[in-house]
Design a protein around this ligand. Structure first.
Ligand code: NOJ
Length: 561
């Protein structure tokens, strides 16, 4: 397997809005990130991924960009970014930016021009269509509810927006747009950034006849997926971007690709493909999805999670590479979702970290994950801020008659604002996030769960994550070792090995509150063993042929043949 720095790295994702505010406006900023660089160095991460920091009217918190070469006013100015980059580099930390080029903001100058007239020179920067019988051009629904088409009076036509109506889709069929993207990507790389996370990059190519999408019974809209996810020219576009720009820099790229299977993924990240280094898949995040997708969250079995992760581990092991994540700014907090955020909060948070970091791939830590931040449940809908939540509420409760309480429960379990409450730094007012009024309420548990209370506690989740990062640097098998699942049919234990030459890491994770027995498969042979990390005390000499696991217990052994 080819060795690469980005395979060996651990990435820390920052949602700047909720990370650290330094000017008292209640919104996190770039100086806040700068202030916390030493904390990140202490944690031991190698790379920061910053969610969008560009100028934006914030309809979707920065995923609607109005100027790709300017900084969002609330976050600071370009000088702040330059300083941040320089200071990060001084500490040996790299920075990835979020590249959002499936769509821009409707306030981007391109769109302001584009909508003016049919013959405007920017008209074809976006996707404009005539209506059909006085209605939308097709039945596609937007990811954030409602139609994916917005009528525009000025020219009596509709434009496509897979996300909110303030996020018009860029028209990648137009070579001018591709050139614009190349230019802005080059502009940031020349500044010295270390790569990009590419927002919904699998959606940039649309099938040009724009047919109606399949519609589920009772659904208001059709699914655009078959005609605009992994679309006909997506690989051509990425190869072009790679050839013209990306390949000229020593950087890392990760694509966000809803709808990818391992086979599809290999087309994006296969070593010989010259497109991207790795991608974010969604299969494990969709577990529990019901009739209304994530808004009808149901239970799922550990067996299903194991099957999905194993499929990805095996599917990409030859010439591909995985991104490993439990959390990001769109997902609920993992300890609340797959762990137990009450009785076994600490144990389950550590176990989940272990399970993820020991897999093959580049691990991503989302801010607050390293201290076991949990989901939040605001009583009033008005306390939420996410456009996705409001739009889904309108569609499901107001239009389709879903019960309010049921919807609130779904928001508590799967809403994106679970990830967006401010970072909990200490037990002071507003968790040390801001001196002002925070843009979104805090999780009231910040007095108990915060960085300050964990930093000097050897047993804390925070110091456990530090250790996970440290052992990655000391154990090559953790990075390059071959993954093999064991006890595949076990309903409570997720166990696997990572083998590199004569060394084997044995990873044992109990995903339940119960005390199942772990039985070592007979074909795993070794002459010496060393316990390299565990979330309970365990005796080094203990026989590991049979282990009575404690609730959410995890252990990793290094076995030498
Ligand atoms: C995926 C991003 O992660 C999400 O936050 C955003 O709303 C959509 N793409 C649209 O840009």
């Amino acid at each position: 397997m080819k060795k690469q720095w980005w395979k060996e790295a651990v990435v820390y994702q920052i949602y700047p809005r909720s990370f650290k505010d330094t000017n008292g406006d209640g919104i996190g900023d770039l100086r806040g990130v700068l202030e916390k660089l030493d904390y990140l160095k202490f944690l031991g991460i190698d790379v920061i991924w910053l969610c969008p920091i560009y100028k934006s009217p914030n309809d979707d918190n920065g995923y609607d960009i109005s100027d790709y070469r300017d900084i969002m006013q609330e976050f600071g100015i370009m000088k702040d970014f330059d300083k941040l980059l320089a200071e990060a580099h001084k500490r040996g930390i790299k920075i990835l930016l979020d590249l959002v080029v499936n769509h821009s903001s409707d306030e981007h100058n391109w769109f302001v021009e584009s909508r003016k007239s049919k013959d405007n020179e920017y008209r074809d920067y976006y996707i404009w269509k005539e209506g059909k019988d006085g209605k939308e051009p097709n039945n596609w629904g937007s990811v954030f509810s409602g139609s994916a088409w917005q009528y525009d009076e000025a020219t009596d036509m509709y434009y496509l927006h897979l996300f909110t109506k303030k996020q018009p889709d860029l028209n990648w069929e137009n070579p001018k747009i591709r050139k614009e993207v190349q230019d802005l990507v080059r502009w940031w790389l020349d500044k010295g950034i270390d790569g990009f996370r590419m927002d919904v990059i699998s959606a940039i190519s649309k099938q040009q006849d724009f047919p109606d999408g399949p519609k589920k019974e009772g659904a208001l809209y059709g699914d655009f997926g078959p005609y605009s996810i992994n679309g006909p020219r997506v690989h051509e576009y990425l190869k072009e971007l790679n050839k013209e720009v990306l390949s000229k820099y020593d950087i890392m790229t990760v694509g966000e690709t809803p709808g990818a299977t391992p086979e599809i993924a290999m087309d994006y990240v296969g070593e010989e493909r010259d497109e991207l280094n790795m991608l974010f898949q969604f299969e494990h995040m969709s577990l529990g999805d019901g009739e209304d997708g994530k808004w009808s969250n149901g239970p799922f079995k550990l067996i299903e999670l194991k099957a999905i992760l194993s499929k990805w581990q095996k599917g990409l092991e030859k010439g591909g590479w995985n991104s490993l994540y439990w959390n990001n700014h769109d997902q609920p907090r993992i300890v609340s979702r797959f762990g137990d955020d009450k009785k076994y909060w600490k144990e389950s948070a550590k176990m989940l970290g272990t399970c993820l970091h020991m897999l093959q791939g580049t691990p991503y830590i989302y801010q607050g994950e390293e201290i076991g931040m949990t989901n939040v449940a605001f009583e009033n809908l008005e306390d939420y801020k996410d456009v996705e939540i409001f739009n889904a509420y309108r569609e499901l409760v107001q239009l389709k008659g879903k019960d309010h309480d049921e919807m609130m429960k779904a928001i508590y379990e799967r809403g994106r604002d679970n990830a967006r409450t401010p970072m909990q730094w200490d037990a002071s007012e507003n968790a040390g996030f801001t001196q002002g009024t925070p843009w979104i309420k805090l999780n009231p548990n910040y007095k108990e769960i915060n960085v300050e209370s964990q930093i000097n506690d050897e047993n804390s989740i925070l110091n456990y994550y530090r250790k996970l990062i440290k052992i990655r640097k000391e154990n090559e098998a953790m990075i390059y070792g071959q993954y093999d699942i064991i006890l595949e049919a076990h309903e409570e234990i997720y166990a696997y090995t990572r083998t590199l030459e004569n060394e084997k890491l044995l990873v044992i994770c109990n995903f339940s509150q119960n005390t199942p027995e772990f039985n070592l498969p007979e074909d795993i042979e070794f002459s010496t063993k060393e316990l390299i990390i565990s979330n309970y005390e365990a005796h080094e000499e203990e026989d590991i042929k049979e282990i009575a696991l404690r609730p959410y217990e995890c252990r990793v052994y290094k076995l030498i043949k």
